[in-house]
Design a binder for this molecule. Structure first.
Ligand SMILES: NC(=O)c1ccc[n+]([C@@H]2O[C@H](COP(=O)([O-])OP(=O)(O)OC[C@H]3O[C@@H](n4cnc5c(N)ncnc54)[C@H](O)[C@@H]3O)[C@@H](O)[C@H]2O)c1
Length: 331
């Protein structure tokens, strides 16, 4: 069976080849660096499945075209599936499976890294010291210990973050319509407006859905404590970036750290260093000294990459052997 692997970076090949070695007699992986979109669906001709990542497009048009080519399965190498039209996939009878929990700690630890970096200006200190500048002016930080961290979304990543911040001596509060009972050991549940008003750091860990699109808008930002920081390692669309820029300009928002960005599919996972970047909103963000951006690397650890490849193989085996699959994405 041939599988078309879209948005394949060298590191994807490394971990997928390692995991799929065991199935080399049954499965051939065909790698494409291109993202899956309407104009690239034809690359999947002759393949029974596609293997895709966060910025591949899986709308009704793309899914219809794939089904027309004979593709029967969609293997997501990620947990989130906001890029998938689940209703269309169900209508077409496609098998769709994801990797629901490859390493919640990877993303939670990246959240911590972003907060500590922003808090202590280590990104700026690193540049200064390399330039022989050992002045501390402008590098004054503040302790994380004793601060209040508000976690929006208490699923696998939110809970991993709760454990970490509790360990740092923070007061942890969380907002989630389905907050797990275990969260009580780490912090208290609060409605979102209360969480926004009480937190020194607001960190987003909920999925992007029509209900959560731009959940952090101008009104939500106005509710936040003056000088509080916003961290988003979940999905870019949770945040209205234009409103965030206004809040940074007015000093209302004390800092922003993002690993995801609403228009990231035009930028992330590519080397654009020699290009003129046309996204003025993104470029404005890059001008703030208190903004830290990473290019969707929260998941990117050896442990998580290995797990993604192994679970993707397991999902494929479920499809091939028509076995029940716990990782199905259903419409
Ligand atoms: N940066 C990265 O590399 C990376 C990697 C993996 C996942 N993610 C993102 O992290 C998100 C969370 O992942 P997870 O594994 O913890 O998912 P999860 O499904 O385990 O948990 C999500 C939680 O969000 C809650 N939720 C839903 N709507 C909410 C709302 N309006 N307000 C507050 N909470 C709400 C759900 O009840 C659930 O408990 C994913 O949706 C994905 O977008 C990012």
């Amino acid at each position: 069976m041939k599988i078309a692997v879209f948005s394949a970076q060298p590191y994807d090949r490394l971990f997928l080849d390692e995991a799929f070695g065991a199935a080399a007699d049954k499965v051939e992986l065909v790698y494409f660096t291109e993202a899956l979109a309407a104009q690239s669906t034809s690359l999947a001709a002759g393949c029974a499945a596609v293997c895709v990542f966060v910025n591949d497009k899986l709308d009704a048009t793309v899914l219809g075209a794939l089904a027309g080519l004979g593709v029967r399965a969609v293997l997501l190498r990620c947990a989130g599936f906001n890029n998938l039209d689940t209703a269309s996939a169900a209508k077409l009878g496609l098998f769709v499976a994801r990797v629901p929990a490859y390493s919640p700690e990877a993303v939670a630890e990246h959240t911590l890294a972003l907060i500590l970096t922003l808090n202590r200006h280590t990104h700026r200190a690193w540049l200064r010291v390399r330039d022989g500048n050992f002045s501390l002016d402008g590098l004054l930080g503040s302790n994380l210990h004793g601060k209040t961290v508000g976690l929006v979304g208490l699923g696998k990543i939110g809970m991993a973050a709760a454990r970490i911040f509790k360990g740092f001596g923070c007061t942890v509060i969380g907002s989630d319509p389905a907050a797990p009972d275990q969260f009580g050991a780490h912090g208290a549940v609060a409605p979102l407006p209360e969480l926004l008003a009480a937190s020194d750091y607001v960190s987003l860990h909920c999925p992007l859905t029509p209900a959560t699109l731009h959940m952090i808008d101008a009104a939500a930002l106005a509710r936040m404590k003056p000088g509080a920081m916003l961290i988003n390692t979940s999905r870019g669309g949770l945040v209205d970036t234009v409103a965030v820029i206004a809040a940074l300009k007015s000093h209302r928002l004390g800092g922003l750290a993002i690993d995801v960005y609403e228009q990231e599919s035009e930028l992330f996972f590519q080397d654009r260093s020699a290009d003129i970047i046309g996204d003025d909103v993104f470029q404005r963000l890059m001008t703030f000294p208190n903004v830290l951006v990473t290019g969707h690397q929260g998941f990117f650890t050896v442990e998580a990459m290995r797990e993604i490849a192994q679970v993707t193989l397991h999902n494929l085996e479920c499809f091939m052997q028509q076995k029940p699959c716990a990782n199905l994405v259903e419409g």
